[in-house]
Each structure stands twice: as structure tokens, then as C-alpha cells.
Write a protein that binds this ligand. Structure first.
Ligand SMILES: N[C@@H](CCC(=O)N[C@@H](CS)C(=O)NCC(=O)O)C(=O)O
Length: 332
């Protein structure tokens, strides 16, 4: 685990705040892909959507990268955008393409380390080397390394090429999706990391309390609402899904988020099973990568590197969500 400083790899753990709070670095590559290369939604520089032009780098362990794999699957992008999967083990060199530990290898250039992809974008790159990465083969650069934006790109840029009409960010629901994302990201998606990577009791407990208060709120919300925003399955659901599908296996134990498990919440666990069983989704969930990555890579948290065998997750069991009205995915 480390970062690039002026293009040089340095093996260093995160630097927390003085109060022991984990601080996540902002993603640095924020360009866009659009149908015709016109600017992105907030005026971002953009390149044109083309089949075979882009390559996606992911970890199957990572909840942020997982979002992009779900969109690639549901938006029928698999034939257009190929993928390289990094090793589940993040060691001294950060993410690698070591096939002995679950990597597919780098399908483009046979790189050994993901940090080489970042220095091929900028030989003097400074910052953390994270997944996901959307790479532009034609321009030889990183288009975007922020999952929240890559999924917005995948939601529409390639629709003319794929014919997909699925819309996970429909205009009438945008304000509500944004509102939910704004509370779920700090409390839950990043909240589990803020608990797990805290280096003071106070910072851990603050993250823990906020996380479980938010899970209580979401549990209540899902009592009367099939999906987070109502009858349609949207971006807000998929963003929560990739955290909750890891929760009982990893965050509950390894990150000490152990007030309750997701299976102790009737609505969240049924909702989680419905999403897991959505056609194509189970293929994107790799619990081997997930458990091995966290337990074997974070040796300061789990020094032996032993990976727990359990728990039994029952993600395939039936769910009760049909008791609530649902319309599935919005179509444009
Ligand atoms: N904001 C980024 C965060 C991505 C991220 O932090 N990914 C983790 C894996 S779960 C990573 O690559 N960490 C390596 C590091 O921080 O050095 C996103 O959502 O795309």
C-alpha cells in the first residue's frame, strides 16, 4: 500500500488527521465520455464514446470499482469496454497484476503494477493509485478514476452504440438520488472505512455511531419503499449495494462495524438479496477476492493475514420484496 510522489512509488500507509480520522483523497482524473465528444454535464472535457476505445481497471474486492462492473453488465457494455482485474492482494507495490493472487493480468500492456498505468498517464503523477480507472487507449490517458462519475458516464454515453434504454439516474428522481447519495456516502460507503481505518477510539466510535444511525434510517425507509427512491431501482441502490454486500463478510469483523449485521435488519437483508439476485449481478460479486483482499492486505489490522472461512451469507435465499410495488429499472 502506498502512493506515487512525483512519479516515484513510495510504500506508505494512509496519513490520518491528528484526531485519528481516516481521510480519503479526492480522485484526480475527472474528464468525461459523451456520445459525440461534447462537454460533460458540468462542462468537463470529454472524448467521444466508441466501441473498443476504453479499458476499465478494477479490483473485484473494491466496492467503488464494483459499481462500475455492475453498470458495465446492466448497460450491456461488456462487448465495448474490456476489463483488467488486479490481484486481491494489495502489498508493498499497491495494486498489482500478479496472476498468482487472482489478477487477470493487464490485458493492454502486460504491466506488472497499476501504478505504471498512472505514470503512463503522467510520468510525474503524485497521489494514490486507486481503482477503478477508465483508460482511453486512443489518447493514452486516464479519462476518469472516480467511480461515482464513471457510472454516470456508463449510464448514458454509449446508449447509441448498445441500444440500452435503462436509466439509473432518471431526471424526475435526480434530486432524491443526490440527496440520498449525500447522506449514504459519508455515513455508510465511506463510513465503514472511517470506522476501520480510524487510529483513535474517538474517531472510530464517531464513525460507528453515524454508520448504524444511517442503517437504522435506511431500514425504516425500506419498510415501505421497494427501492431507496420508491418503485424504481436507481443509482442510489447500486451505490449502497456494493457496500452492504461486503458488510457481513468483511466490515462487521475486520472494520469492527459490529453493532449488527445486515442479516439482522429484515428490510435491508431482503433488499440486498433482491439486488444480488437481479439478473447478472451475482456474476459481479466475488467473495473470494473480497475477503482475501481486506483480511490479507491490511496487516496492521489483521497481522496474521488469516482469512475467516465464514460467515454463511444466504444471498441466494428467497426475499420478500414483492410485498411492495416496484417497476424495476426506469426506461428512457
Ligand atoms: N473515490 C474513489 C475511491 C476509490 C478507492 O479508494 N479505491 C480503493 C480500493 S477499494 C483503492 O484503490 N485504494 C488504494 C489506495 O488508496 O491506495 C472512487 O470511488 O472511485
Amino acid at each position: 500500500m502506498g502512493l506515487l510522489v512525483d512519479g516515484q512509488w513510495q510504500d506508505r500507509w494512509y496519513e490520518n488527521s491528528q484526531d485519528g480520522e481516516f481521510q480519503r483523497e479526492q480522485a484526480q482524473r475527472r474528464n468525461w465520455v459523451t456520445r459525440d465528444g461534447s462537454p460533460g454535464p458540468d462542462g468537463q472535457d470529454a472524448v467521444r464514446a466508441e466501441a473498443g476505445r476504453f479499458h476499465l481497471y478494477v479490483s473485484l474486492a473494491c466496492p467503488w470499482a464494483h459499481r462500475t462492473l455492475i453498470y458495465r453488465k446492466l448497460k450491456q457494455l461488456e462487448p465495448l469496454i474490456d476489463v483488467s482485474v488486479v490481484s486481491w492482494l494489495m502489498g508493498e507495490q499497491g495494486w498489482t497484476f500478479d496472476q498468482a493472487t487472482g489478477s487477470s493480468g493487464d490485458a493492454l500492456d502486460g504491466l506488472r503494477h497499476l501504478h505504471q498505468r498512472y505514470t503512463s498517464d503522467d510520468p510525474r503523477y503524485t497521489g494514490r493509485v486507486t481503482v477503478p480507472v477508465l483508460w482511453d487507449r486512443q489518447a493514452g490517458c486516464i479519462v476518469n478514476n472516480e467511480s461515482a462519475e464513471i457510472i454516470r458516464i456508463f449510464n448514458e454515453a454509449f446508449d447509441e452504440l448498445t441500444g440500452s434504454r435503462l436509466d439509473f439516474y432518471p431526471t424526475p428522481l435526480r434530486a432524491e438520488i443526490d440527496r440520498l447519495n449525500d447522506r449514504i456516502y459519508p455515513a455508510v460507503n465511506n463510513g465503514v472505512y472511517r470506522a476501520g481505518f480510524a487510529t483513535s477510539q474517538k474517531a472510530y466510535e464517531a464513525a460507528f455511531d453515524r454508520l448504524f444511525a444511517e442503517l437504522d434510517y435506511l431500514e425504516q425507509r425500506l419498510e415501505r419503499s421497494r427501492y431507496l427512491t420508491g418503485e424504481y431501482l436507481t443509482e442510489a441502490d447500486w451505490r449502497l449495494f456494493t457496500t452492504l454486500v461486503r458488510f457481513d463478510a468483511v466490515y462487521h469483523g475486520h472494520f469492527k462495524c459490529n453493532l449488527r449485521r445486515i442479516r439482522d435488519y429484515p428490510n435491508l437483508s431482503n433488499w440486498l438479496r433482491e439486488l444480488y439476485q437481479w439478473p447478472g449481478i451475482a456474476d459481479t460479486v466475488d467473495l473470494g477476492h473480497i475477503k482475501h483482499h481486506y483480511y490479507a492486505s491490511h496487516r496492521h489490522i489483521n497481522p496474521t493475514g488469516i482469512v475467516p472461512k465464514g460467515p454463511a451469507l444466504s444471498l441466494e435465499d428467497s426475499h420478500d420484496r414483492e410485498r411492495l410495488p416496484g417497476k424495476g429499472i426506469w426506461q428512457r
